[in-house]
Design a binder for this molecule. Sequence first.
Ligand code: NAD
Length: 261
Amino acid sequence: MIDFKGKKGVVLGVGNSRSIAWAITESLHQCGAELALTFIEDPKGRYEKNVRSLGTQVEASIIHPCDVQDEKAIDSLMEVISQQWGKLDFLVHSLAFAKQEDLGGSFSETSRDGFLKAQEISAYSLLPLSAGAAPLMRKNGGGSIITMSYIGAMLAVPNYNAMGPAKAALESSVRYLARELGTDNIRVNAISAGPIRTLSASGVKNFSTLIQGVAEQSALKRNVTQAEVGATAAFLCSDAASAITGQTIYVDCGFNVMGGA
Ligand SMILES: NC(=O)c1ccc[n+]([C@@H]2O[C@H](COP(=O)([O-])OP(=O)(O)OC[C@H]3O[C@@H](n4cnc5c(N)ncnc54)[C@H](O)[C@@H]3O)[C@@H](O)[C@H]2O)c1
């Protein structure tokens, strides 16, 4: 098992116990990492309640609001981490957003606002988060940044629509960030996971058909689990992945390599 004793990292994107971010959090906790979690504020405080409750299970030492649309919220998160830990070993970006109407129907009719919102939250946010994390990682001699992508970045997947270009921008951003931050021994990678039943995924029209089709067509003839993505994330955060940066690693039971009509 990977040993994260003394390592500290922040995971953004835990919404509930089915979130991929939660499986990543559990995996990092099992390896001994000390964790910070974030939540977005909604009128009923559901996200905060979920994250505070899940946070106790992994003894999260920092739980802080962070809506990535708000630059000040990102600054505030980094300030709290700086004051409490004075360093950061890894940052996990496992969040995305697209309007429901932009996850089905005619792609060409995606609204300007919907397209830009998907880009801002799902792709652009990795930049200010990396900029905020980098000084804390530099102090430490390096670090690891991970984000979550999907094959819809490369292929025109039915109904994925506005999220496709957002994930393409995200994967490209990973390469540019890897180039920039590599000189400080900060590695930046994406995991391209196969489809998983989560709250976000349920917003994609006909997701059940998609996930069933992927299971049938993947090399392993099944879907990936949250825990398998969590284990890959822990590997990428660890020193075992010390020469891996700028990559999009497919964790999809081999779906992406299969040919055929
Ligand atoms: N579920 C899948 O099939 C699948 C496959 C590949 C990649 N992914 C990616 O995995 C990541 C996690 O998604 P998930 O499937 O676990 O769904 P999820 O709904 O559990 O997580 C999405 C998270 O994004 C957060 N979020 C939304 N807007 C935000 C904002 N403005 N600021 C901060 N956080 C915000 C939500 O709070 C939520 O916790 C996403 O990037 C998603 O695109 C999912």
